[in-house]
Design a protein around this ligand. Structure first.
Ligand code: NAP
Length: 246
C-alpha cells in the first residue's frame, strides 16, 4: 500500500482550520493539527479526522514563537517524514483604531499572522523541494486586498503573507511546489462572533451574495488548490467573499 500523504494545518483546532482538516481527511491525508491553547477543540478535530480512517496528530505550538515552531516541525518531519501539504491558517485579530493602537497590539497580530510564515514554511520547504512535490495554501483575508478601518495591524499582516507567498511561488515552481493564497471574506467562526452578534444585518447587506460565508466555502477552495486539477496554478490569490469588490 502507498504511504498516505501528510498535511499540516496551523490553527486546525477550530473554525476554518478545522473544516480544512476534515476536508483533508476525506481526501485521504494524514492530518497534523496544530493549535496554541484550545486542547479540547483540537482533540475534537482529531476525532472528526479519524472518522475517515486516516491518522490525526496533535502538534501544539505557538506559530509566533520562532524557535518552538521551527524545532517542533523539524522534529516531527524527522520522526514521521516530509510534509506534503501545508495550510497556513492560524490567525488572530485585535482591532483598534490606529491612533489608539499599542505596540503590543501591533506586534501580536503581525507576529502571529505574518512572521509565522517564515517560522512554519522554512522547516517544511526543504523536504518539498527535495521530493519535488508540495502544496502550500496561505489563508489571508479581504483585509489583505484592501484597507479596513481598525485593522491597520491585521491588514498589514494579511497583505504581507500575500507578498511572501507570491515570491516563494516563483522560487519553487520548477520543483512542482505550488504556493497559493485564499482570501476569505466574512466567515462565521469564533473570530467574527462579536461582529455577527452586533452587526449581522449591516454586514450581510454589504455582501453581493447576501449571506455570510461558511467554513466549508473556504475549505472547498483549498481542496481545489491542493488537487491535481490546479497543478498549473501558483502564486495566485483567490478571494472567497460572496462577490465583495476588492
Ligand atoms: P478562529 O475561529 O478564531 O480560529 C483561530 C485558530 O487559529 C484556532 O485554531 C487557534 O488555536 C489558532 N491560533 C491562533 N493563534 C495561534 C498561534 N499563535 N499559534 C497557533 N495557533 C493559533 O479563526 P478563523 O475565523 O477560523 O480564522 C482562520 C484564518 O482565517 C485566520 O488566519 C483568519 O485571519 C482568516 N480569516 C478569517 C475570516 C473570518 O471571517 N472568520 C475572514 C478572513 C480571514 P486555539 O484553538 O488553540 O486557540
Amino acid at each position: 500500500m502507498d504511504k498516505r500523504q501528510r498535511a499540516l494545518v496551523t490553527g486546525g483546532s477550530r473554525g476554518i482550520g478545522r473544516a480544512i482538516c476534515v476536508m483533508l481527511a476525506k481526501n485521504g491525508y494524514d492530518v497534523i493539527i496544530n493549535y496554541r491553547n484550545n486542547e479540547n477543540a483540537a482533540v475534537e478535530t482529531k476525532k472528526e479526522v479519524e472518522q475517515y480512517g486516516v491518522k490525526g496528530e496533535l502538534l501544539k505550538f505557538d506559530v509566533s514563537d520562532f524557535k518552538l515552531t521551527f524545532k517542533t516541525i523539524e522534529e516531527d518531519i524527522e520522526k514521521n517524514g516530509n510534509i506534503d501539504v501545508l495550510i497556513l491558517n492560524a490567525g488572530m485579530r485585535k482591532d483598534v483604531l490606529f491612533p489608539l493602537m499599542s505596540e503590543e497590539e501591533w506586534n501580536n497580530v503581525v507576529d502571529v499572522n505574518y512572521k509565522s510564515f517564515f517560522y512554519t514554511v522554512r522547516p517544511v520547504i526543504k523536504g518539498m523541494f527535495h521530493q519535488r512535490f508540495g502544496r502550500i495554501v496561505v489563508i489571508s483575508s479581504t483585509a489583505g486586498l484592501t484597507g479596513m478601518p481598525g485593522q491597520v495591524n491585521y491588514s498589514s499582516s494579511k497583505f504581507g503573507v500575500i507578498g511572501a507567498a507570491k515570491s516563494l511561488a516563483i522560487e519553487v515552481a520548477r520543483r512542482n511546489v505550488n504556493v497559493n493564497i485564499v482570501a476569505p471574506g466574512f466567515v462565521d467562526t469564533e473570530m467574527t462572533e462579536g461582529d455577527l452578534k452586533d452587526r449581522k444585518d449591516e454586514i450581510v447587506k454589504q455582501i453581493p451574495s447576501r449571506r455570510i460565508g461558511t467554513v466549508e466555502d473556504i475549505a472547498n477552495v483549498v481542496e481545489f488548490l491542493i488537487s491535481e486539477k490546479s497543478s498549473y496554478i501558483t502564486g495566485q490569490v483567490i478571494a472567497v467573499n460572496g462577490g465583495v469588490f476588492t
